[in-house]
Design a binder for this molecule. Structure first.
Ligand SMILES: C[S@@+](CC[C@H](N)C(=O)[O-])C[C@H]1O[C@@H](n2cnc3c(N)ncnc32)[C@H](O)[C@@H]1O
Length: 439
């Protein structure tokens, strides 16, 4: 029997790479998952040849609501077994149990029919009286978390290494061979923001509010210097969607260029924002050849480099997402909401794990094409309540279909938006502002 580990599970520590076989899975448990504590270490591990396969967010209870721990899932090669069927999640929401789909031509079901595909948000979903609607989210039991890691990575008699006695005990109880090892402890990195950002300050007459501008948000907009009370936006993701015009953000030849383009926009945003006010950025990591690119972490470093104060990252959970569905991974069902400010004082935001109603469908009755990446209105509402009051000015530098505009109007906030694709805004913002119900 092979004496090398099939699974290495470490709490707040990283593995000694010499311990790894080609088919070993490495799972790291990072309580509270504060990015400055571990992301730089992950980048180092990637540089040493490890593949960062996924970041998994495990719900836990905290003072103010739901928070999360992070599980980092890494491998040395793609040559490992991943027993995904064992961790499929039961769902009463039948139409979202992907296994219920029609058989393919070869007679095979498209997915396993024992439940919903597992995602990288591990949470307890509580339903009422068998009703299909998830009404409440709750923390996941630590034992259930251990169970999932063990089952997805190993079978009976496999060798498991860990620095965590509770996990070793659990593994032993479930018929695995165990060995105690010490990982190399993670140390917090004191990332010092570079405040010297060379921003120019110009004041002129402010532009008109409650309207969108066909404007490249990389370029400064006159008159907005320290006029804006709150910024909420979701930029194009790298290589995910073609918004249909040249030189667009997200379609750059390389990832570094993409980061640099967004940096230009965030510098302008720093200009526009009033002192002590907040900026919420919706972003996600992206997968390149099975190895995760940490866009979330890169954004935090860029924002801090400009002078923004980083407060927290909330997770927005999208239960029905099927992004990144592969046989050797769990799918990506979350996005990040990065909260930064220009010297703001507030540090507690309630839940760190949020869920908003999903938007479905792509065509309006009158055949107007909906924007492919709209915010849920509830998400905008949540942050407008948290960070703004009536008559405040809200900016979205990537307005898209104008969700921020629509909700701002409804909540009596002023708004301003930038967008390059005129079609989205003319099709939709006009409709929205006439208060037509398009959903
Ligand atoms: C992810 S979408 C925003 C969706 C929006 N939150 C909504 O609810 O509809 C990003 C948008 O940014 C626009 N965009 C891309 N590059 C831009 C640029 N340089 N300046 C302004 N808008 C840009 C794209 O056309 C796209 O509509």
């Amino acid at each position: 029997m092979n004496n090398m580990a099939k699974l290495i599970f470490l709490k707040s520590a990283r593995p000694n790479l010499a311990n790894l076989d080609d088919d070993t899975q490495v799972w790291l448990w990072i309580p509270d998952g504060k990015p400055h504590f571990f992301h730089e270490h992950l980048s180092n591990l990637q540089q040493q040849g490890m593949m960062l396969r996924n970041l998994i967010y495990v719900a836990k209870r905290a003072n103010k609501g739901l928070s999360y721990d992070v599980l980092v899932f890494m491998t040395k090669t793609m040559d490992y077994s991943f027993f995904k069927d064992k961790i499929r999640v039961k769902s009463r929401w039948k139409k979202h149990e992907f296994g219920k789909g029609k058989p393919r031509k070869n007679g095979k079901k498209p997915y396993n029919d024992k439940g919903k595909d597992p995602s990288n948000v591990w949470i307890k979903e509580i339903t009422k009286n068998g009703s299909p609607h998830v009404i409440k989210l709750d923390a996941l039991d630590v034992k259930e978390t251990f169970r999932r890691i063990l089952d997805v990575a190993t079978v009976k008699n496999d060798m498991v290494f860990s620095n965590n006695d509770d996990f070793l005990q659990f593994a032993k109880l479930h018929g695995r061979q165990t060995r105690r090892i010490n990982g190399i402890p993670f140390t917090a990195i004191n990332y010092r923001p570079n405040i010297d950002n060379g921003l120019k300050r110009e004041k002129s007459s402010p532009p008109l509010y409650n309207r969108y501008y066909i404007h490249d948000s990389r370029l400064p907009k006159d008159g907005l210097y320290e006029q804006v009370d709150f910024i909420l936006t979701s930029p194009p993701y790298y290589r995910q969607r073609d918004y249909g015009y040249d030189d667009q953000i997200g379609q750059e030849a390389n990832y570094e260029e993409y980061l640099e383009n967004l940096r230009k926009v965030w510098i302008n945003c720093y200009h526009y924002l009033k002192e002590e006010h907040y900026f919420v950025l919706n972003i996600n990591n992206f997968m390149k050849k099975g190895n995760l690119r940490l866009t979330h972490w890169n954004m935090i470093k860029i924002l801090e480099g400009i002078g923004f104060k980083y407060h927290d990252s909330l997770i927005w959970y999208q239960p029905n997402s099927r992004r990144g569905l592969t046989p050797k991974n769990v799918c990506d069902a979350k996005e990040y909401l990065i909260i930064v400010s220009k010297g703001g004082k507030k540090d507690e935001f309630g839940d760190r794990l949020l869920r908003f109603k999903q938007l479905r469908g792509s065509l309006l009755p009158n055949e107007v094409i909906l924007h492919p990446a709209r915010f849920p209105e509830e998400l905008v509402e949540y942050f407008l309540k948290l960070f703004t009051k009536e008559n405040d000015l809200v900016l979205d530098p990537f307005l898209g279909s104008g969700t921020v505009a629509r909700v701002s109007e409804r909540m009596n906030r002023k708004w301003i938006g930038f967008e390059l694709n005129e079609q989205y805004v003319t099709n939709l913002t006009q409709l929205l502002l006439q208060n037509q119900d398009i959903l």
